[in-house]
Design a binder for this molecule. Structure first.
Ligand code: KMH
Ligand code: ZN
Length: 271
C-alpha cells in the first residue's frame, strides 16, 4: 500500500465561530491552523477563505494572501483551494483561485442537494472547471457526493478534459448526498478506474469510521472543521490538528505510514 495522505480541510464554507469558536477564519488564523495540521501530519491543506465578516468568499486576493501566509510557514505543503465555494456562488466567483499558482484544486462532478440548498454543478460548469485546470496544469481532486458523479468524471476523460490517473474525494454524509457508511464507501471504491487514487471525507459522525476504513483499504483520508466540528459526540474539536493527530495514531496502529508532502506528490502524480 502507498503511504497515507492526510488532507486537512481546515475551514470550509458552512461553519461559524458560533458553531465552534476554534474555527479559523482570518488569513492569519488559517495560516496558523494550516501549520499546526501540517506539523501533525497533514500533507494537503484543502482551503476555503472568508471575508472580513467571516462569510465565505472566493476572492482571488484573499486566497492569494492566505496561500502566501501558509507557504511562508510550511513551504512544501500542498495547497488545494476549493472551487466549490459556498452554495449559491456563481461560476465566475468560484473560478478565482485557479488563477493562483497552485498544484491542486477541487472539481465537483455533479449537482447535489446540500442541506436546504443546491450545490449546483451543471455539465457546463464541470466542463469549464476541468478546462481551466487542464490549461493551468492543476491536478483536480474530483469531489464525488453521489456515486453517479464518478460516471460524469469518466465522461470528461473520454472527451480529453481529464487525464488519468484520476484522484477522487468521496464526500460522504452530506444531507442530500450519499450516506457515510462503509458499505457505500466500498461501492464507491469499486466504481472508479484501476490506477486511480482516492480519499474520503466523512461528514460529522461518519468522519472517524470512514477514516479507519480508508486506512485499511489503501485509500487516503480527509479530516477537518469543514467536515466535522466535533472530536466526539458533544465534544467540540480544539483544532484541526487534533483531528489529524487521531488519524496519525490510527494509521500507526494499523501499520500504515503517513506520507510527507513530497511523497504525496509522487503518489498523486502531481506535475
Ligand atoms: N461548500 C460546499 C458547497 C469544494 O470545496 O470543492 C462545496 C465544497 C466543495 O466545499
Ligand atoms: Zn471544500
Amino acid at each position: 500500500m502507498d503511504k497515507l495522505i492526510i488532507t486537512a480541510a481546515i475551514c470550509g464554507a458552512e461553519g461559524s465561530k458560533d458553531d465552534n469558536p476554534n474555527l479559523p477564519i482570518t488569513p492569519e488564523e488559517l495560516a496558523s491552523e494550516a501549520q499546526k495540521a501540517y506539523d501533525a501530519g497533514a500533507s494537503i491543506i484543502h482551503l476555503h477563505v472568508r471575508d472580513d465578516n467571516g462569510e465565505p468568499t472566493q476572492s482571488y486576493e484573499v486566497f492569494r494572501r492566505t496561500i502566501d501566509m501558509i507557504k511562508n510557514r510550511c513551504p512544501d505543503v500542498i495547497i488545494q483551494p476549493s472551487t466549490g465555494g459556498a452554495v449559491g456562488m456563481t461560476i465566475e466567483e468560484r473560478m478565482q483561485p485557479l488563477d493562483i499558482d497552485v498544484e491542486m484544486a477541487t472539481l465537483t462532478a455533479g449537482t447535489v442537494n446540500f442541506g436546504d440548498g443546491v450545490f449546483y454543478n451543471s455539465p457546463e460548469y464541470i466542463e469549464a472547471f476541468a478546462k481551466k485546470m487542464r490549461e493551468r496544469k492543476i491536478k483536480p481532486e474530483i469531489e464525488v457526493f453521489e456515486v453517479g458523479m464518478i460516471n460524469n468524471a469518466l465522461g470528461l476523460v473520454k472527451r480529453g478534459l481529464l487525464e488519468e490517473p484520476l484522484h477522487f474525494d468521496f464526500v460522504m454524509g452530506v444531507p442530500g448526498g450519499i450516506t457515510g457508511t462503509v458499505k457505500n464507501l466500498l461501492h464507491m471504491v469499486e466504481s472508479i478506474p484501476k490506477g486511480s487514487t482516492w480519499t474520503v471525507a466523512g461528514i460529522g459522525r461518519a468522519e472517524l469510521p470512514l477514516a479507519a476504513a480508508a486506512i485499511i483499504l489503501g485509500g487516503h483520508v480527509r479530516v477537518g472543521f469543514e467536515d466535522n466540528l466535533y472530536y466526539r459526540y458533544k465534544q467540540l474539536a480544539k483544532s484541526n490538528a487534533e483531528l489529524v493527530k487521531r488519524v496519525v495514531r490510527l494509521a500507526a496502529e494499523l501499520e500504515r505510514e503517513v506520507a510527507t508532502p513530497q511523497e504525496a506528490r509522487k503518489i498523486l502524480k502531481l506535475s
